[in-house]
Ligand binder design. Structure first.
Ligand code: NAI
Length: 387
């Protein structure tokens, strides 16, 4: 994602913001309209001060130059939400190991961040604001540094993986299976970051389409999207035997096995991949909790994995699968959940395009689903930006 664009899993608590948080928000309000310039200035400063850091970023910086910067700003905005921030930043810190980031790089990044904000938020900037940003950045960077150091003791910074199956399902969707060079631990519902040999240092996120398997293989669903360099290479260029790199697993859209409540799953397009992993997870735990899947696609032809889902439905009485095809349906995917249900006693899992997640969350909230029962990974940024 890419990782720098992950966002705090936002269960925003109703609490009055701290003074630091208010000052940070004031800066953000001033820099948001000139975000492009602030970002360019930040990276220019960073690479002038530390030219050696340039090699950690992709050759074409326009593709993701603002990801690190945006991630830092977003984390600062959530500075009061310690619980959400902690999990998010730990994941970010672990994910940064694959870029080659070291603890000693963080102070320079912080100086450039504050330098850029100081310059572009000049109307509201003062000594108190600077202190608030220094405190926020110190907290953010320390969590990331600590998480990276702890991870170093037990996991590699990245895994190499060989493509062992490449199944073109439609003109733009491929189901790709890889064999990692070392065991790769993860949970059903999580995703990873992936780098191809053709676009070095450009990482994109893909969800695991199954539970961990005894043969250690990992499967991803990839759709080539316009201007999506990584996805297009994976669908149209990758061949058996090619080697990709994987970052660590991330994401919190996992099944809570301490309850037996039902699962309402919405999978849009290739967003169906982690939903399939969740179904397998429930099956492997021998649970007989209801799992209701709505699989949305634009056309019949885009339901590229409906056969897998129907096979799973045949073998599990607790599983129900419904396809919702835009061209045929009166309603779009998120709207159909209002027509079915009620969904009391169900946890909701959403995976698909950002717009689908947003309207799905709205639809669920409108029918009274509490937000702590709605799970999805971030709507903006890498979790769903899979170019
Ligand atoms: N490949 C993977 O592992 C994963 C991919 N994703 C994300 O899923 C998306 C899949 O893209 P496509 O296959 O092109 O899906 P798509 O754009 O063809 O849409 C799939 C379904 O979502 C619905 N939808 C789309 N936009 C909507 C909106 N604004 N409001 C309500 N419903 C909407 C459509 O009606 C359709 O039923 C991408 O954004 C990808 O990043 C998410 C999780 C995992």
């Amino acid at each position: 994602m890419d990782a720098p664009t992950e966002q705090p899993h936002a269960a925003v608590r109703a609490r009055s913001p701290s003074r630091d948080s208010l000052l940070i928000r004031r800066t953000m309000a001033e820099v948001t309209p000139v975000a492009e310039q602030v970002t360019s200035y930040f990276y220019a400063m960073l690479f002038v001060r530390r030219p050696d850091l340039r090699s950690l970023f992709p050759a074409a910086m326009d593709m993701q130059r603002d990801r690190l910067f945006r991630a830092l700003l977003r984390a600062a905005e959530h500075i009061d939400d310690t619980e959400a921030l902690l999990a998010h930043l730990q994941s970010l810190g672990r994910g940064h190991r694959k870029y080659g980031t070291r603890a000693e790089d963080y102070p320079t990044v912080g100086e450039c961040l504050i330098g850029a904000l100081n310059r572009y938020a000049s109307r509201s900037w003062n000594a108190e604001t600077e202190e608030a940003w220094v405190r926020a950045y110190t907290k953010i960077s320390q969590i990331m540094i600590d998480a990276a150091a702890a991870d170093e003791l037990c996991a590699p910074a990245w895994w190499c993986a060989e493509i062992v199956a490449h199944d073109r399902r439609t003109s733009d969707v491929a189901v790709i299976t890889v064999r990692p060079d070392r065991p790769y631990p993860f949970l059903a519902g999580q995703y990873t970051s992936l780098e191809t040999p053709w676009w070095p240092r450009i990482w994109r996120h893909y969800s695991f389409a199954s539970t961990p398997r005894s043969d250690g293989l990992l499967t991803f669903h990839v759709k080539a999207v316009p201007a999506g360099w990584v996805s297009t290479a994976l669908v149209h260029r990758a061949r058996l035997g090619d080697t990709i790199r994987l970052g660590p697993p991330a994401g919190s859209m996992t099944v809570d096995h301490t309850t037996d409540c039902g699962l309402l799953c919405l999978g849009g397009g290739t967003g169906i991949a982690p939903i399939e992993a969740l179904i397998e997870d429930v099956a492997e735990h021998g649970e007989r909790r209801p799992v209701e899947v709505f699989y949305g696609a634009r056309t019949d032809h885009d339901l590229y994995d409906i056969d897998t889902l129907l096979r799973l439905q045949q073998s599990h009485a607790w599983l129900s699968v419904r396809a919702v095809v835009d061209q045929q349906a009166r309603l779009r995917l998120p709207d159909v959940i209002r027509e079915h249900g009620p969904w009391n006693g169900f946890d909701a899992y959403l995976s698909g395009p950002p717009g689908m997640i947003r309207s799905g969350v709205d639809a669920l909230k409108n029918i009274g689903t509490p937000s702590e029962r709605i799970r999805h990974d971030s709507v903006e940024g890498p979790a769903v930006a899979r170019g």
